[in-house]
Design a protein around this ligand. Structure first.
Ligand SMILES: *Cc1c(COP(=O)(O)O)cnc(C)c1O
Length: 234
């Protein structure tokens, strides 16, 4: 039996432990707060409701149609919805309308469309993370690290967008030291882009999934995206 409430409580307490450890280690970068995002793709509204009763507010979905159906069923005004799937340009209107955050922007054209739709709808600027292909893995999406600054500057100018940070999925690797290197490289890039933009809202580093989130937090993640470790296998 999967105990969703208990899984969330355990992850939260571990996050707390990791944050305390970081705060006590003066040589390490300062502790930052970490937002737990529950990845609810392929999970039922019932499962999501269990997570909500455990105090969970942030949810992420990969598939737009599936997400829309669940949002209708749940319609809790306090939930925060994150989109973490690949973006088709003909779906940007609905994305901009329904989601609070989009983590997977990798092209200016998509960002421009999202911005325009937010303005059409008279909504607050949409929170965006740029997806970075930190390992230049041909199987992964995202901008290459060296393209990130230029794209960030362009996206930052868009009136319907609030550029919040960077997101990544590192290359699968049985050696956790390699995954740690990728996360550390992301943290470095994040600080570089932040300095380049001089944007106080640029505060989010979205990295870490069920298998590697503790390493991600140690290396500076501020948002972790957890599916399986909360809801069980999809
Ligand atoms: C599915 C997914 C996750 C969650 O993965 P788990 O391994 O189940 O925690 C996180 N991020 C993205 C982008 C995903 O597609």
């Amino acid at each position: 039996m999967i105990d969703i409430e208990n899984n969330i409580a355990e992850i939260k307490s571990k996050i707390q432990q990791l944050a305390t450890k970081k705060a006590l280690a003066p040589t390490h970068h300062s502790a930052n707060s970490v937002t737990l995002i529950a990845v609810s793709k392929k999970q039922s509204a019932e499962a999501i409701n269990k997570a909500i009763s455990a105090g969970q507010k942030h949810f992420a979905e990969n598939y737009l149609q599936e997400a829309e159906l669940k949002m209708k069923e749940l319609s809790h005004s306090l939930l925060v919805w994150h989109f973490i799937g690949s973006i088709q340009s003909n779906k940007t209107r609905v994305l901009a309308e329904k989601f609070d955050w989009v983590h997977t922007v990798e092209r200016l054209k998509i960002a421009q469309r999202l911005s325009a739709h937010r303005i059409d709808n008279a909504q607050e600027p949409l929170n965006i993370c740029l997806q970075v292909n930190i390992d230049k893995d041909p199987a992964k999406s995202g901008v290459f690290p060296e393209e990130c600054k230029v794209l960030a500057k362009e996206v930052h100018q868009l009136p319907g967008i609030c550029l919040r940070g960077l997101m990544t999925i590192p290359r699968n690797n049985p050696e956790t030291s390699k995954i740690r290197e990728s996360f550390a490289a992301m943290k470095h890039l994040f600080e570089e882009v932040k300095q380049h933009l001089n944007n106080p809202y640029f505060d989010s580093l979205s990295m870490g999934m069920s298998g590697d989130w503790q390493i991600a937090i140690e290396e500076g993640a501020t948002m972790i995206r957890i599916g399986t470790a909360i809801f069980g296998q999809r």
